[in-house]
Ligand binder design. Structure first.
Ligand SMILES: N[C@@H](CCC(=O)N[C@@H](CS)C(=O)NCC(=O)O)C(=O)O
Length: 214
């Protein structure tokens, strides 16, 4: 299995999950902005982005899709509720919430604090008109159901670690690094315990020597 990867990007999420699962995988480090020059790379990702997972004949892009695929391929790792259990509904709920509700204000905030990103990463059309304060309020509002869900629970589904915590934790880790999570809230407590996990630490160990895409 190969994971095409850039440190501290969304590619860290499937890497963290692979570490939680204890699977062996090859990390293929690609340089930011470099993929467009490697014509083979577009066969892997239509927008020349990371992550991409290549598992035998299967090539998948989209970080949350990769994570979901891995959880379903290895049910014995118990990182997703079984298909027909009621918990599966909550699992989908939080998975989609992380991608479609929680991540947008965090991404917008990155664009706000780093407006000089290269055009390929931050197209001119994406330059934000929101202030930092407006984005912070948007993020705080979006977090409300998460705060409630985590008030009396350590994890989002069945009170044990599932793939949804990796995807959500990945988004929240960005938010934390950007300074969007400061107050002592259920979300902060949840994130701090995720950060302490050895698999999280291994996935964020950027001193390994990576292969570069050929
Ligand atoms: N929704 C996609 C987003 C993929 C994406 O935007 N990847 C960024 C890193 S977080 C990337 O590859 N940027 C490098 C570049 O554009 O050169 C996912 O979750 O996989």
């Amino acid at each position: 299995m190969k994971l095409f990867y850039i440190p501290l990007t969304r590619a860290t999420r499937p890497r963290w999950l692979l570490e939680e699962m204890g699977l062996s995988y090859e990390l293929v480090r690609v340089g930011s902005g470099e993929m467009a020059n490697k014509f083979e790379y577009q066969n892997l990702h239509p927008h020349n982005k990371v992550p991409v997972l290549v598992d035998d004949n299967v090539t998948i892009f989209e970080s949350a899709a990769i994570c979901s695929y891995l959880a379903d391929q290895y049910p014995e790792k118990e990182l997703a509720p079984s298909l027909n259990s009621p918990s599966r509904g909550y699992y989908y709920q939080w998975l989609f919430y992380a991608q479609t509700s929680l991540e947008p204000p965090v991404e917008r905030y990155i664009f706000q604090v780093a407006p000089d990103l290269p055009e390929q990463v931050l197209p001119n059309s994406e330059h934000t008109k929101f202030s930092k304060e407006e984005i912070f309020q948007w993020f705080t509002k979006v977090c409300e159901p998460l705060q409630r869900a985590l008030k009396n629970n350590d994890y989002l589904v069945d009170n044990r670690l599932t793939t949804v915590d990796v995807v959500t934790g990945g988004v929240l880790y960005w938010a934390y690094k950007l300074g969007l999570i400061k107050e002592e809230t259920p979300i902060k407590k949840y994130l701090m315990q995720l950060i302490e996990r050895p698999a999280f630490q291994r996935a964020h160990d950027e001193i390994n020597i990576y292969k570069t895409v050929a």
